[in-house]
Design a protein around this ligand. Structure first.
Ligand code: ATP
Ligand code: MG
Length: 328
């Protein structure tokens, strides 16, 4: 059976980008193999975060996973910090990735470009090391992610190759999995930038008031043309709205172009807003039901136990391979 592994960082309110690029993908793959998900709380410490917010965000991610239709009887969910093997393995694996390659990571460059070196914590630099540990701990086959995370899966693959060449077939080679349409949702106020929860400009949040979502879509930045046509380079705003519409309706881009041929942007935006608010209204209703039960805690407790068992075995395999002595 194939194993899927993925996570979201509890750095802020979940966005429509997280929902389309990540969560919806998990839902569609849930019956296709084993799905192990976690809340990447250790990864969220790489930039300053308020402790109360961190705790609330973590619970919210689990509630939204379930609200989106991930079946708690089929999937596993846990908190990264509760399975200590992630940290232990990262300490080992940091010796198999190099400063030069870490410095070339787009996420590192993006998130630190306006920062002074004296203020950049080590954690944001070594982020791919911990992420590699996250992935290989579970002998993961596929990592369903948005496009921005593919680079981190690629560096994990380099690490696995390097490690196995030296010690034999110890780590499983993972593969990134991105959806065809919707792997990169852009900001509504600047469609040349990725929608991100920690840089909330032009974001649609899953817990936004529906009226606000409507307003955000109706005032999304587009171009001066009037033709609903997909062209990422010249019409990034309209193309982004088309991507969102396509991801939520399963209509192809060509079908959407046909549907809105000869129609004005206003009419198209209204229809996008209708589809987005309808989907988010359903999510919010289910979220409200779930958050009032003890389901989040129950799922996390079971998930932790399940994950710990697998993680412990992998860590032991690695320790033995590299010559760490274990007295048992
Ligand atoms: P942060 O700003 O803290 O990095 P984020 O919104 O980028 O937050 P992450 O926790 O880094 O979210 O990523 C969680 C998952 O959501 C990843 O699989 C990532 O690729 C995906 N994702 C994030 N933003 C988008 C987006 N705009 N479009 C599609 N997928 C996205
Ligand atoms: Mg991110």
């Amino acid at each position: 059976m194939k194993r899927y592994l993925s996570a979201i960082k509890p750095t802020g309110r979940l966005t429509l980008g997280n929902y389309i690029g990540a969560i919806k993908q998990f839902v569609s793959l849930m019956n296709d193999g084993e799905m192990i998900l976690f809340v990447a709380d250790l990864h969220s410490l790489t930039l300053p975060i308020d402790p109360v917010e961190l705790r609330n965000n973590s619970r919210n991610i689990v509630a939204y996973y379930l609200a989106a239709g991930l079946d708690p009887n089929k999937i596993r969910v846990f908190l990264q910090s509760e399975v200590h093997e992630h940290s232990e393995l990262a300490i080992i694996l940091q010796n198999y990735l190099y400063m030069g390659e870490l410095a070339r990571m787009t996420q590192f460059k993006d998130k630190t470009q306006k920062m002074n070196n004296e203020a950049i914590g080590l954690g944001i630099f070594t982020y791919p090391v911990l992420m590699a540990a996250d992935i290989v701990l579970y002998d993961t086959d596929y990592v369903p992610v948005g496009e921005d995370q593919v680079q981190h899966v690629e560096i994990t693959r380099d690490l696995v190759h390097r490690f196995n060449k030296r010690y034999g077939e110890i780590l499983k080679m993972p593969r990134a999995l991105i959806r065809q349409n919707g792997a990169r949702i852009m900001s509504l106020s600047d469609p040349t930038k990725k929608m991100s929860k920690s840089d909330p400009k032009g974001d649609i949040f899953l817990d936004d008031d529906l009226k606000i979502i409507n307003k955000k879509i109706m005032s999304a930045v587009t171009d001066l043309d009037t033709h609903v046509h997909y062209d990422e380079a010249n019409k990034p705003g309209i193309s982004n709205l088309m991507t969102i519409y396509s991801a939520l309706t399963n209509k192809s881009i060509t079908d959407i172009e046909e549907q809105f041929s000869g129609k004005m942007y206003g009419e198209f935006k209204k229809e996008v807003a209708r589809v987005v608010t309808e989907e988010i209204a359903k999510l919010q209703a289910r979220y409200q039901e779930i958050i009032q039960t003890g389901l989040v805690d129950k799922v996390l407790k079971e998930g932790k136990e399940y994950a710990s068992e697998i993680a412990a075995k992998t860590l032991k395999r690695v320790q033995e391979a590299i010559g760490l002595y274990r007295y048992e």
